[in-house]
Ligand binder design. Structure first.
Ligand code: HEC
Ligand code: HEC
Length: 256
């Protein structure tokens, strides 16, 4: 009987959600049909437009007091500034790709008299391409693999992101575990405009001391591609291996 009860509870999960939101329904209540819209590939010579639907799920008229965009290239306008309870208003968002390139994300902020959520942030994204290129197939990725959310030290990943053997240290270890992102001689790696790993040079590094670098390699930076490599932080490297890498960086790379 127990598993059955769990199933019922799971099935009821989504249904139960409005209960939590119930107190907010009195007064005006702003809701958008989507939090984000992607224009896809956009040629750089043509503005594009999208309409978000803004619904008033509350009991009093919703008054849109202001709509703001994060960049002059994006314009947004509510067709009606008051939306009655249960009704939907249209928010027209246009994006002008002129002078932009690559993937851009812009935010549209809607201010209203909804006391629970006085500001609502919506996102639009576009991949701006040279005019005429929008129909071409996207360039094949030069990446070694699809972008991973977070570097994890599973055996499959260690093949390219870890030591080749447990005894490796110094330049050999760097060539196994670090070179893919920080490049030969610590010069850094870029793919197009994107930084895969920054140069390990004193001029640009945020920490420059032996203890600082040791801490960075041991514990990571919080960036998904640069997690803690030290065993104490779930990584594959011993203290001596980390020390050998820091030594290499300081003696051979940092001053270049
Ligand atoms: C065949 C070798 C290989 C394997 C196996 C591998 N990687 Fe990579 N990885 C690379 C190389 C080379 C790069 C450097 C950037 C590039 O070329 O894409 C990289 C880059 C990365 C990045 C940074 C990517 C970015 O876009 O900034 C992450 C994160 C990552 N790998 C995670 C993983 C995870 C997690 C696994 C295991 C599931 C894994 N990798 C397995 C070779 C590999
Ligand atoms: C999958 C890609 C990847 C691999 C492999 C990788 N790093 Fe990094 N590393 C990064 C990225 C990205 C940053 C920048 C992190 C940030 O901005 O928080 C970084 C930052 C660093 C920094 C700090 C630089 C500064 O500005 O202070 C050091 C030091 C460093 N890495 C050393 C290493 C060493 C040593 C190895 C090999 C054990 C290694 N990294 C392996 C991607 C990688």
């Amino acid at each position: 009987m127990k598993p059955m009860a769990v199933l019922v509870a799971l099935a009821l999960g989504p249904v139960a959600r409005p209960v939590a939101a119930a107190p907010a329904v009195s007064g005006p209540r702003i809701e958008a049909d989507a939090a984000e819209f992607s224009f896809g590939r956009v040629p750089n010579d043509r503005a594009v437009e999208h309409v978000f639907k803004i619904r008033n799920a509350g009991t009093k008229p919703l008054v849109i007091t202001r709509v703001q965009t994060s960049c002059g290239c994006t314009a947004a306008m509510m067709e009606t500034s008051v939306v009655d309870p249960g009704q939907t208003g249209r928010l027209r968002v246009s994006f002008n790709p002129h002078g932009q390139k690559q993937v851009v994300t812009r935010t549209v902020t809607v201010y209203s008299n909804d006391a629970v959520q006085p500001t609502l942030a919506l996102k639009v994204t576009a991949e701006v391409v040279p005019a005429g290129d929008e129909k071409k197939a996207p360039e094949p990725s030069k990446r070694a693999h699809a972008r991973e959310a977070k570097l994890v030290f599973s055996t499959a990943c260690l093949k390219c992101h870890g030591p080749k053997s447990s005894g490796e240290s110094g330049a050999h270890l760097y060539a196994s575990a670090c070179v893919a992102c920080h490049g030969a001689s610590g010069a850094g790696v870029r793919l197009g405009d994107e930084v895969i790993g920054p140069p390990l040079r004193l001029a640009g590094m945020s920490v420059k001391s032996g203890p600082g670098l040791t801490q960075t390699v041991q514990a990571g930076t919080g960036h998904p591609a640069m997690p803690g490599y030290g065993k104490a932080y779930g990584g594959p490297l011993t203290d001596a291996q980390v020390a050998s890498l820091v030594d290499l960086i300081l003696k051979n790379f940092a001053a270049r």
